[in-house]
Every structure is written in structure tokens, then in C-alpha cells.
Design a protein around this ligand. Structure first.
Ligand SMILES: Cc1cc2nc3c(=O)[nH]c(=O)nc-3n(C[C@H](O)[C@H](O)[C@H](O)COP(=O)(O)OP(=O)(O)OC[C@H]3O[C@@H](n4cnc5c(N)ncnc54)[C@H](O)[C@@H]3O)c2cc1C
Length: 491
């Protein structure tokens, strides 16, 4: 019997992972991607000797990557070399007010003790709970197919849920341990980069601290782009075919079965379709209304994750004040959150993040130069014009120069801004979101859009919109769940 033909729409991390897994199961898989590069949000832009990771820069949860490659009898080191970063990151509370979180726990305990009396012990307790929650998540929720309500409300999950404070928010939860503003900001800020607001993100996501402090912050030599590159190689080794610069324009369905994908370069027959492209785009633009499980009005009611104001800079000298990951938290961030989620506007006093991978990696910038990536979370759907972008860039740059105590505007030789409009145009992102759907309680786990269409039997979805959610490791897990579902259905 000929293997069944699978079309995967999108070569983001989720699409690559699903393609490799399905090919391993004996399917004939073809991936179509509208852009010319592999990786989706995690793709790379190369220019003048600089290698810019366009989206993700934090390599967290290394065991998920290892688990994934192990499915194929491979290991991560067959595809790229991982380095553990130290310090994990530097936080600029002010020009002369800088805190480092280190790979070794001891200095971090001292740092938290300096924030408030008993801070060291509180951090240890907090991390102990975070570890417990993480282990529970990994065993009970992470890889689980939560497409059925009953899976979510199993007695063991309910019992654990109460213990793990599923219903409280992370801001309130952190405040039960810490009084100091700094401790709270440090423990809560990663939520922002996961597309959430600490005031409505479940406390379950406090696992991020165990991930950060205990499991460590890692980096693939040569950049995050090594991940999609490695996944594509793995997929090709399984026999997957790739076509870039090909956009899906419609999924044709008959008797609740998808049988063909129309594309910018003709139609392709399919026995099974796996969509990695943004979920709202796929449902609203690629399917006839009667086959949409989640029509336009569903998405209108959802809390869409922030877009991002991203800047890639090539700087013709070294900036020793920066480490690999740098977070700028001078201002009270309540206003920033308000301008993302409640009163959409360009943030007046933003919290932002700067990655400088060339500090320790000579492969991503020419000798003596720095590769800089700035990102500011902004509200989806706000106005984005060249004039606004330039003014905003100047605002961030002058603040950053003040914080690091060194002007470097004159040394910038490469500059590219990538923001809301680019997310819409390059990825078909709904309202220009950078990362999809926020992780509120009602948009997490069982409540996230399903992996399998309810209206089309052989149509599946993978990636950041589905469980377990936003982030590169999560996209890998999502594809494992989808593949297991497909194999189960095909039995
Ligand atoms: C600025 C930024 C910073 C981030 N930082 C981190 C981080 O540090 N660590 C981390 O783990 N995660 C981070 N993330 C999140 C992470 O990048 C994403 O969650 C993950 O890469 C999403 O992968 P995906 O496979 O779900 O989707 P995508 O990467 O969006 O892939 C979907 C693909 O589908 C393609 N497509 C869309 N429509 C069509 C169509 N009609 N036809 C054909 N192809 C189509 C798109 O071009 C895209 O390539 C960040 C994201 C951004 C944007």
C-alpha cells in the first residue's frame, strides 16, 4: 500500500516537528511554506556577516528537545551544540542598578536576601514549589491530549490542580512569598515574553522559575536558527519534501474530508492536512464557513497575545556592558501592561529585552562587532507606521544608551525594524500578534483550540495556538500530541 499523503502547511517549529514524526510513521509528507526561509517565527535573517535570530532567543527546557530527537534514535548534539549560559541574564533596574541572575544558585540567594529580609529562604521555598509543579506538569499535563473535557477533570488532575493553585494568578501567588518589588518583577517578567499578563496568567506558570534557575538557560552555538535547521535536516532524513515560497490559499473539503490544498502554485491532493500556520488565518481564510470549528467571532472574543516591536542591529564595536540576555525594567510595568491589554497604545514607559548573542558566540557577528536584538511587547492591532516605528526606535535606543552608559548610535551599520505589520504580512498573524493566544486560565490546556478539527475529520492543527501553548519547546510537544492523535485515529 502507498503511504498516505500528508500536506503540512507551514515550516515553523510545529510544522517541522509534525512532518518529521509523521514521516517516521510511514506517511509521505510534503511541507509548504509561504516564506523562503525555514523556521517561521524562529527563522533567521543573515546580512553583512551578521546572523540574526528573528524571533526566539531563549533556549529553555532542554529535556523537551532531547526527548524529541530521542524519538528518532538521535540526540540534540547530532544537530547542534548546546552551551549553558552564565549569567542567565542581567537586569537593568537603572543605569547604575544592575542585578545578575547566575547559573549557580548561591549568588541568587544572596541577591534575593538583599531585596528583603528572609529573601534567600523565600526563594528556596518558591523554587521548591516551582519544581514540584513543573514535575507534575511534565507528567500529568504537558504531553497529554487535552482535547476532551474528561481528560482535564480526572480526579488526580483536580486534586493536583487545587494543590498547584491553578485558579490563582501568578502575580498574587508571587506576592504570597515576596514583598519587594524587585523580587516580584524578576520572578514575573518571563510571563510577559510568553505573551501574558501576570495578573491573569495562572500561577501554574510559576514553573518558569524552576526552568530558569534550576534547569538553566541554554544556547545553541551559531544561534537559535540551528533548531529549525536541525529539525529540517531530521525531517529530510525521514523523507519529508519541502516547498518554500508556496502559500496555501484554500483547503478543499468534501463530505467532511479534506482532499486537496489550493496553493499559490497550483493544487496538491492530500489524504491528511496538518496546519501549522496561524490558527485564525487557517480557519477564517482557508476554510469555507461551514467547515470552520472556530469562526471569526470566536477569535474576536479571545485575548490575543501581544505583538512585538523588534529591532535587529549590527553594531561596529563591542558593548561590554551587555551580556547575552538583558532585561530593562526601570519603570513601573503596570502601565505597560495596561497599554498592551486594556488601553491599547504604544507603551510610554516600556519594559523591554535585549539579546546580544555575539557576546559569547563568534559565529553570529563579524569580529569586533555586536549582534543586537531588541524587543518590546506591544498591543496587537495598534497603528503601525514607518513614522511611529522610527520615533519609537529613537525612544528605546536613547533609553538603552542611558542604561548601559554608552552611546552607540553612530556605530550602527545594520538596522531593521520588524513589527506588527510584518507579523501580519509575513506570517498571516491575526491582528499582528507575535505569539498567538495568551495563557489565561480560560485559554490554557483544555480551553485552547483543539488539535483536531471538529468539522473536518482529517484536518489537524499544531503549534503555539494549541496545547501546551507558546514557545519553541511547546511547539515540539504540540506536534507529538497531534501525531499520537493521528496514529490513534488511524488504527
Ligand atoms: C519576537 C519573538 C520572541 C520569542 N521569544 C521566544 C523565546 O525566547 N523562546 C521561545 O521558546 N519562544 C519564543 N517565542 C515564541 C516562539 O517563537 C513561537 O511560539 C514558536 O516559534 C511558534 O512556532 P509555530 O510552529 O507554532 O508557528 P510559526 O513559527 O508561526 O510557523 C507557522 C508558519 O506557517 C507559515 N504560514 C502562515 N500562513 C501560511 C500559508 N497560508 N501557507 C503556507 N505557510 C503559511 C508561516 O510563514 C510560518 O512559517 C518568540 C516569538 C517571537 C515572535
Amino acid at each position: 500500500m502507498n503511504p498516505k499523503n500528508v500536506i503540512v502547511i507551514g515550516a515553523g517549529v510545529g510544522g517541522l516537528a509534525a512532518a518529521a514524526l509523521l514521516a517516521k510513521e510511514g506517511y509521505a509528507v510534503e511541507v509548504i511554506e509561504r516564506n523562503l526561509e525555514v523556521g517561521g517565527r524562529a527563522r533567521v535573517w543573515e546580512t553583512d556577516g551578521f546572523v540574526f535570530d528573528m524571533g526566539p532567543s531563549w533556549y529553555l527546557m532542554p529535556e523537551i528537545f532531547e526527548n524529541f530527537f530521542n524519538v528518532f534514535g538521535k540526540t540534540v548534539s547530532d544537530y547542534y551544540e548546546l552551551i549553558r549560559l552564565d549569567p542567565n541574564y542581567r537586569i537593568f533596574f537603572g543605569a547604575e542598578d544592575i542585578v545578575e541572575i547566575t547559573a549557580d544558585l548561591e549568588p541568587n540567594l544572596n541577591t534575593f536576601e538583599s531585596f528583603e529580609e528572609g529573601g534567600a529562604q523565600k526563594l528556596q521555598e518558591y523554587l521548591g514549589k516551582s519544581k514540584e509543579t513543573y514535575e507534575y506538569m511534565m507528567q500529568g499535563i504537558m504531553y497529554k491530549d487535552l482535547d476532551s473535557l474528561w481528560s482535564m477533570f480526572s480526579p488526580s488532575l483536580m486534586k493536583a490542580g487545587r494543590k498547584l493553585h491553578i485558579l490563582s494568578n501568578i502575580d498574587g501567588y508571587v506576592q504570597k512569598f515576596f514583598k519587594s518589588d524587585r523580587a516580584r518583577k524578576i520572578l514575573e517578567y518571563p510571563i510577559v515574553f510568553l505573551g501574558g499578563n501576570p495578573k491573569n496568567t495562572p500561577a501554574l506558570y510559576s514553573i518558569i522559575s524552576h526552568i530558569d534557575y534550576n534547569l538553566g538557560v541554554w544556547y545553541p552555538k551559531g544561534g537559535i536558527g540551528k533548531i529549525p535547521e536541525g529539525l529540517m535536516k531530521l525531517a529530510q532524513e525521514q523523507g519529508v519534501e519541502f516547498r518554500f515560497g508556496v502559500e496555501a490559499t484554500h483547503i478543499d473539503v468534501k463530505n467532511r474530508e479534506a482532499y486537496q490544498v489550493q496553493t499559490s502554485q497550483g493544487s496538491i491532493g492530500a489524504d491528511l492536512v496538518v496546519v501549522n500556520a496561524d490558527y485564525p488565518h487557517s480557519e477564517i481564510d482557508l476554510l469555507d464557513e461551514r467547515y470552520q470549528t472556530y469562526p471569526a467571532k470566536y477569535w474576536e472574543k479571545k485575548i490575543i497575545a501581544p505583538s512585538a516591536f523588534v529591532v535587529y542591529l549590527g553594531v561596529d564595536r563591542k558593548l561590554d556592558q551587555l551580556t547575552h540576555h538583558n532585561v530593562f525594567l526601570e519603570y513601573d510595568w503596570v502601565q505597560h501592561f495596561d497599554q498592551i491589554f486594556n488601553q491599547p497604545a504604544w507603551p510610554e514607559k516600556p519594559a523591554y529585552y535585549v539579546c546580544c548573542p555575539s557576546r559569547y558566540d563568534s559565529l553570529v557577528a563579524p569580529k569586533g562587532k555586536e549582534n543586537i536584538f531588541i524587543t518590546v511587547p506591544i498591543s496587537p492591532g495598534i497603528e503601525d507606521t514607518p513614522k511611529i516605528r522610527e520615533a519609537y526606535f529613537q525612544k528605546i535606543l536613547s533609553h538603552m544608551e542611558k542604561m548601559i552608559g554608552e552611546p552607540f548610535q553612530d556605530s550602527i551599520s545594520v538596522k531593521r525594524i520588524f513589527s506588527l505589520k510584518d507579523f501580519s504580512e509575513d506570517y498571516n498573524a491575526y491582528k499582528g500578534t507575535a505569539v498567538g493566544l495568551t495563557h489565561t486560565f480560560r485559554q490554557s490546556a483544555f480551553f485552547r483550540p483543539r488539535h483536531r478539527s471538529k468539522k473536518v475529520n482529517n484536518l489537524y492543527y499544531t503549534g503555539q495556538y494549541t496545547h501546551p501553548g507558546i514557545g519553541v519547546p511547546m511547539a515540539l510537544v504540540s506536534s507529538k500530541i497531534v501525531t499520537d492523535q493521528i496514529m490513534h485515529q488511524m488504527k
